[in-house]
Write a protein that binds this ligand. Sequence first.
Ligand code: GMT
Length: 369
Amino acid sequence: MRIGIVCYPTVGGSGVVATEVANALALRGHEVHLLSYDRPARLRRGVPGLRFHEVAVTAYPLFRYPPYDLALATRMLEVREEANVDLFHVHYAIPHAVSAFLARSMCSGDGKLEFVTTLHGTDITVVGADRAYLRPTRFALEQSSAVTAVSRYLAEETQLVFGVKQPVEVIPNFVDTDTWNTDGAERFYDRASEERVLVHVSNFRPVKRVADVVRAFAKIQAKVPSRLWLIGDGPDREHALAVADDLGCSHRVDHLGVVDHLESMLPQCDLFLSASETESFGLSMLEAMSCGVPCISTEVGGVAEVLGPTGALTPFANPDAMATAALELLEQPELHRQHSQASRQRALELFTVEQAIERYVELYERVLQ
Ligand code: GMT
């Protein structure tokens, strides 16, 4: 098949998932055209049949907000005409699904331009529910050849917020379990120092509540020797570090920024902490699980579908409860070992690349019939 993929190029979850879908499809012999305003970091080079198409937006003094959605629609049309793509798969509804509809409407020639929209989370729960975006997003979802969501929670939320008529199919996110593995894993019971390494990975947006992670960690480090690795970057970084300072634990908190090879660091971690206010899936937790790192998360959105019986879920905005759940695993090596193995096992059983790509290919075929 010839497939066009549209996504944001940032390290955020939707861009990562879209890029991994593109990589996996190309490695399976499909011709894949990825469109975005920058080349995504995870897009593989040298894979036959995998091409990147930059979407350039012209600046003009009159444009306070350059119209990216128009530039994207034009680029989609060009790629359709040049490469004769069979269908587009757009990740994150806003504005990608609207651009896809526009591209379809401008398209002349044989056949309807089909597009599949995959919803990732904030495109529905935060941004999509904004009055300014709600109606065009709902319209574009109704026009999509098929709509998928990355968790059951998000599919239900979409029906609730948008009242769309067509079904929303759940195709969960996935992880490359070969790359994200437990090779060379070293947990606290293997270390002479017994220091526990806790990790949080995110884009540090307010929705991630990184300061709550730090608050929970302050309690944990008062009980067991430990460090907190804060990985990623974003608007709440300074606030989170200031909270660590206020709570007297900044000497145990390392902000490592955006790292290149997270998969080689996770096997050295003991626990992943997530304090998000909403999380449709929690891709970075799945990556941690695949490396045998149990996750403690707030009980929000679709996280329960990802963690299952591994790790623990704690109430939102309750760092004390998060610390208590974390200490349970960090003070009992045998219990930690069980959760670590169960986390890896769950990733292998339910969230592999093969499972997800098979579902997407089957959906594309259905749409094209
Ligand atoms: O909102 C973000 O933090 C980024 C966003 C994205 O689309 O880049 O993440 C969402 O999509 C990810 C991939 O499907 C999910 O793993 C995240 O849970 C989801 N974020 C939220 O729902 C807050």
